[in-house]
Design a protein around this ligand. Structure first.
Ligand code: 26V
Length: 826
């Protein structure tokens, strides 16, 4: 690994990046020759593009080298298929990977530029909704850092996750145009182009040999064109490729057709095809039946598989018999699950394989990660839509199902009930269950935290688990410490490195060596000073975005994540109202607190949007009431994204992870906060449970019902009124929301919120968990009053986060699921 790195960055490097002087010269050269701007007049963005061009060139060399090594070693490689990659910014990440931060900083300084200001103008690559997309980005980082042969496939959305603006306290979505100055990291590959077909019909005929051959004809085609983004490994010299597909009209490549028809109609058709990669769907649950989304999923899957097969055939010319020996494909949720019938189609219809052999190859190639158990988020596609858009795939799904159900019958004789439950086809609803397709088409299915995997085995996939138990495994999520500590909390990273060296950067388990520092007062004081500095940075961001001034001496209490009823921002808000009332009653908390909430709602999610509005209305009252002074603040930080997270997380004292137990598959923000020395208040849900086990019960604040208790209450009956009547604080807060206390001009505004809590069954157990949550918050407050003890707990949190690195997740996938090994030194 080391040698690979040296080979690229020293002797064989075409670009001399040795000295600050050489870098400076290069930057000026890129500015003039690539950006086309006079150094006299260049602004920060021009320097960003010049710097990115320099860095991209180095990464390209490293990529070519990595690709050569992979080719020579002819190793099995993993392809990570994901509709989302939430990368964020890349400049600092790549400089850290290459060990160039300080030299580039100095070079820019000699050109009168501040690296941090240059880095700030980069747009986030926001090609994802939330946890699932960010996980994919962390995984690529870990793959490259540990020299695993890997490759990401996704879509180059022209519009990423929308920009959230707040107007009159309400979320308004604005288009996100990250490509408007061009993307300095990508390589456009106009020659890497695959046709993707839609619609048409199937004609089958018997060949002389008796074999039935099917053709998919009269299709409407769209071209998929590749853009390659290099993903740098930290200090490994390995660069992994992320290939993103962009839709192009076939007419661009077929002039005859273009000339034959009406010019205007032709251009119109072109626009329709190119819509496919236009926009990321901004819903992370319940978006069913959208034709464009189905086409997006298939477009991406088909292009990626054609590319993978072409690569395999180039290297192993003759056939695809041993595809699974060289190719492992990971399905990031069911979004790419059409890859299963698509590989079958390519093997059978294009490469002449028999069904049985094609099915063997397919099942040994794929594995699938489930990221949610929420029933509304489990994808299904209507049979009628599949029939018209992907008729051959529907046909293959039926064949797959027929074979599978034959197996089921053998396994569960005399149990027709199980047949219906396991079927890929929901006959009543006339829908295909994509999760079932993904399970049947994969050799391994994993959940993303222990509890989640357990629930997956016990509930959603219980019948499957009864039949093929060994298929279901757990791989707890992780996060990359390179972005989430080294890069975003440089001071804490420096302190840690002083104490234990720098091995933790690629081996997070090393952090346990920090444990003794928890009782070292000098270390703890420095830890406090760093937290204070990070809080000042966060307070500045909050003031710039909202105008609200925070006192860095207050406890910074943060809940940042998508706005969802199950994540229970409402529980947090009820508690804020209770604190407000207590201050008004002359019962102030012992310590000032600033509650920070941030996150986006799906544009069509009525209740989530109403909660955002309620947060703003409550904030208006709390922040402008002179009686409150600085004892309580509530702020909603608009447009939460990766770059905002990089400031919020290091600057927080308390991490809110309070989903209804059993509903958050894992969570990854929980890990990021704890790694940065925030303490967690959380439910026994997702990876919170494993965090608790790692840091110890005394170093985390656990509250609320367990998943089992929630399930029991759901079956035995749950009466939110009992909790309302039994808790005066809670009753008063709910009444204030319902009675228009926070919106006197429009007092009925939040009736739907109260109806959900009291009249519609409180599906998320907010009422049931309130008392426990409020009591636990009181314990948090008391603990915060003892800074030494608090800091000791924070150090112990950091010291015990070793297992939550995405490196650990990737090592587990590599060994147990993909069966891949790191590249050997070249
Ligand atoms: C679902 C859907 C369904 C409708 C179409 C659009 C769309 C887009 C994204 C999703 C993803 C929902 C699943 C998800 O994001 N799960 C999160 O995955 C994280 C990484 O494993 C995990 O930490 C979070 O707990 C889990 O909610």
């Amino acid at each position: 690994m080391r040698e690979l790195s040296d080979r690229v960055s020293t002797d064989s490097a075409l670009i001399d990046v040795g000295s600050v002087e050489a870098i400076k010269e290069r930057l000026v050269s890129y500015l003039i020759h690539t950006v086309g701007v006079d150094p006299e007049f260049a602004v920060a963005r021009d320097w960003l593009y010049a710097t990115a061009s320099l860095v991209r060139g180095i990464l390209s060399e490293q990529y070519l080298n990595t690709a050569r090594v992979e080719y020579d070693q002819d190793v099995r490689r993993v392809y990570y298929l994901s509709l989302e990659f939430l990368t964020g910014r890349s400049l600092m990440k790549n400089l850290w990977s290459l060990g160039l931060v300080e030299r580039v900083r100095e070079a820019l300084k000699s050109l009168d530029q501040e690296l941090d200001e240059v880095a700030e103008v980069e747009f986030d690559a926001a090609l994802g909704n939330g946890g699932l997309g960010r996980l994919a980005a962390c995984f690529l980082d870990s793959l490259a850092t540990h020299a695993y042969p890997g490759f990401g496939y996704g879509i180059r959305y022209e519009f990423g996750m929308f920009n959230q603006k707040i107007e009159n306290g309400q979320q308004v979505e604005h288009p996100e145009t990250w490509l408007r100055y061009g993307n300095p990291w990508e390589f456009e590959r106009p020659a890497i182009l695959f046709p993707v077909r839609f619609g048409g019909h199937i004609t089958c005929f018997k060949e002389e040999s008796g074999k039935t051959v099917c053709h998919w004809v009269d299709t409407e085609d769209v071209m998929a064109m590749a853009y390659d983004v290099p993903v740098s490994g930290f200090g490994s010299g390995v660069v992994t490729k992320l290939r993103l597909w962009s839709a192009r009209a076939t007419r661009d490549f077929d002039l005859d057709v273009f000339n034959a028809g009406s010019y205007i109609d032709a251009v119109k058709d072109k626009t329709i095809s190119e819509n496919l990669s236009k926009v990321l769907y901004p819903a992370d649950t319940t978006l069913m039946g959208q034709e464009l989304r189905l086409k997006q999923e298939y477009f991406f899957v088909s292009a990626s598989l054609q590319d993978i097969l072409a690569r395999h055939l180039r290297r192993h010319h003759d056939n695809l018999d041993d595809l699974h020996e060289k190719v492992a494909i990971q399905l990031n949720d069911t979004h790419p699950a059409l890859a299963v019938p698509e590989l079958m189609r390519l093997l059978i219809d294009v490469h002449g394989y028999e069904f049985d052999q094609a099915w063997d190859i397919t099942r040994q190639t794929f594995s699938y990660t489930n990221h949610t158990l929420l029933p509304e988020a489990l994808e299904t596609w209507s049979i009628s839509m599949l029939e018209s858009i992907l008729p051959r795939h529907l046909d293959l799904i039926y064949q797959i199902n027929h074979r599978f159900l034959t197996e089921v019958k053998r396994h569960f004789p005399g149990r027709p009930d199980i047949l219906g439950r396991l079927s890929l086809v929901d006959d009543k609803a006339r829908q295909i269950r994509m999760a079932h397709l993904a399970v049947v088409g994969s050799h391994k299915v994993n959940g993303v935290a222990e509890l989640h995997t357990h629930l997956m085995r016990q509930h959603v996939f219980a019948d499957f688990a009864g039949m093929m138990g060994e298929k279901f495994v757990n791989v707890t999520n992780g996060i990359t410490q390179r972005r989430w500590l080294l890069q975003s909390n440089t001071q804490l990273a420096g302190l840690i490195s002083e104490a234990i060296g720098t091995d933790w950067v690629t081996d997070l388990s090393q952090l346990h060596r920090l444990e003794p520092q928890a009782t070292d007062s000098a270390f703890c004081e420095r830890m406090q000073a760093i937290k204070r500095a990070n809080k000042e940075r966060l307070a500045a961001l909050v003031e710039a975005r909202t105008g609200v001034v925070l006192d860095p001496a207050a406890m910074f209490d943060a809940q940042v994540k998508r706005i969802h009823e199950y994540k229970r921002q409402l529980l947090n808000l009820l508690h804020v109202i209770v604190l407000y009332n207590r201050i008004k009653d002359g019962n102030p908390p012992a310590h000032p607190r600033a509650v920070l909430i941030a996150g986006k709602s799906a544009p069509g999610y009525y209740m989530a949007k109403l909660i955002i509005r309620l947060i703003h209305d409550v904030a208006d009252v709390v922040n402008n009431d002179p009686a409150i002074e600085d004892r309580l603040k509530l702020v909603f930080i608009p447009n939460y994204n990766v770059s905002t997270a990089e400031v919020v997380i290091p600057g927080s004292d308390l991490s809110e992870q309070i989903s209804t137990a059993g509903m958050e598959a894992s969570g990854t923000g929980n890990m990021k906060f704890a790694l940065n020395g925030a303490l967690t208040i959380g439910t026994l849900d997702g990876a919170n449970i494993e965090i608790k086990d790692a840091v110890g019960d005394e170093n985390i604040f656990i509250c609320g019902l367990t998943a089992e208790e929630v399930a029991e209450k759901r079956t035995l009956g749950y009466h939110p009124w009992d909790f309302y009547n039994g808790n005066a604080d809670l009753k008063r807060a709910v009444d204030q929301i319902g009675g228009g206390f926070f919106c006197p001009d429009d007092p009925g505004r939040y009736q739907p919120v109260v109806d959900n809590l009291l009249r519609n069954g409180d599906h998320y157990f907010v009422m049931a968990d309130f008392a426990s949550y409020a009591e636990t918050q009181a314990r948090v407050e008391a603990a915060y009053g003892d800074p030494e003890a608090w800091t000791r707990m924070a150090v112990l949190n950091v010291a015990n986060m070793g297992m939550f690195s995405s490196d650990r997740s990737i090592h587990t996938y590599a060994k147990d699921i993909w069966r891949i090994k790191p590249l050997k030194q070249a």
